[in-house]
Design a protein around this ligand. Structure first.
Ligand code: AMP
Length: 315
């Protein structure tokens, strides 16, 4: 596997069709599943994983400074998952001067995560545009875990005429259903147990939708029902939205996702199920589950250090 620090170097060591997996590092199996998806796709000759903590998408400098980094471990994990090249630029390569050109995907950035994270999606769309322009991938892989981000990236690529394809990859969950996130390491045992209500609720809603339920109120109700009063979980939003425009829906009548943000204790979590059109209604994409404990726990460094590091990441 090759490590490249510049766009030019990345293009030089990549041949044929390129599959790109953008990440901010501190990898877990969710990230690795994106690399594996790119590797499985026989049309990709070279799989490039980018590893860059993007300052533009943090609303607070302190969060950026504390973002967890372990490049050595990430490079090992990426190689084992099948990456050919890790593009790990310095900030100066990505932002040689002040970044005056910014990409803003209107409307799609406004609901759900929008109000909680001002400027975040502009930072994401801008860095992804730069990666697409600099690496020129044929296919780029993004997790369905960040459903709104995926919609924004897809729209940005269409509206700005980037030639490659954007591929959405199912959520990877722990064996008991909790969606993988670097922030899961902050959950106490009790908070983690209570956070399971979120994926349990989404799975109930998935079953209901596949049984023919289309009312958004019933689907969101199925999630809320799972969250016991007095538990440490407090919900910020549960919303059914269209996959393309992230428009709130009252009926499941087009490809959509049911997404939530909630706090378990001091940790903010997001999760969703996607509903894709099938012959006889909608099929729920519930994601995949790990058989064993995530690499996140074995390799996350000291718990206290990591807690400081990742805390507030999405706030
Ligand atoms: P990040 O490094 O957090 O910016 O994430 C990089 C990519 O990994 C994004 O496309 C995320 O959607 C994806 N990702 C993060 N967690 C998961 C997960 N549990 N399952 C699938 N993809 C994920």
């Amino acid at each position: 596997m090759r490590i490249a620090k510049t766009f030019a170097e990345t293009r030089l060591v990549s041949s044929g069709e390129i599959g790109l997996v953008p990440t901010m590092g501190f990898l877990h199996e969710g990230h690795l599943s994106l690399i594996e998806a790119a590797r499985r796709d026989r049309d990709n000759d070279t799989v490039v994983m980018s590893l860059f903590v993007n300052p533009l998408q943090f609303d607070r400098d302190s969060d950026l400074a504390r973002y967890p980094r372990d490049a050595e471990r990430d490079i090992e994990l990426a190689a084992a998952a099948g990456a050919d090249v890790v593009f790990a630029p310095d900030v100066d390569e990505m932002y040689p001067g002040e970044q005056l050109a910014r990409v803003n995907v209107k409307r799609l950035s406004e609901p759900m995560e929008g109000p909680n994270r001002p400027g975040h999606f502009e930072g994401v769309a801008t860095v992804v545009a730069k990666l697409l322009a600099g690496i020129r991938p044929d296919r780029s892989y993004f997790g369905r875990k960040d459903a709104q981000q995926l919609a924004i990236v897809r729209r940005m690529a269409v509206d700005l005429s980037f030639p490659g394809t954007i591929v959405g990859v199912p959520i990877v969950r722990e064996a008991d259903g909790l969606a993988l996130s670097s922030r899961n390491i902050f959950l106490s045992d009790a908070e983690r147990r209570e956070a399971l209500a979120l994926s349990r609720g989404l799975m109930e809603a998935a079953d209901a939708a596949e049984a023919g339920e289309t009312a958004a109120s019933r689907l969101t109700g199925a999630v809320l029902e799972q969250i016991r009063e007095g538990s440490s979980v407090s919900v910020e939003y549960v919303m059914l939205a269209s996959q393309d425009l992230v428009e709130p829906l009252s009926e499941l009548d087009r490809p959509a996702f049911l997404a939530l943000a909630a706090w378990s204790g001091g940790t903010r979590l997001i999760d969703n199920v996607h509903f894709d059109e099938a012959e006889d209604g909608f099929r729920a994409d519930r994601g995949t589950r790990l058989q064993s404990k995530s690499v996140l726990y074995g390799n996350a460094g000291s718990r206290e250090e990591s807690r400081d590091a990742v805390d507030n990441r999405h706030r």
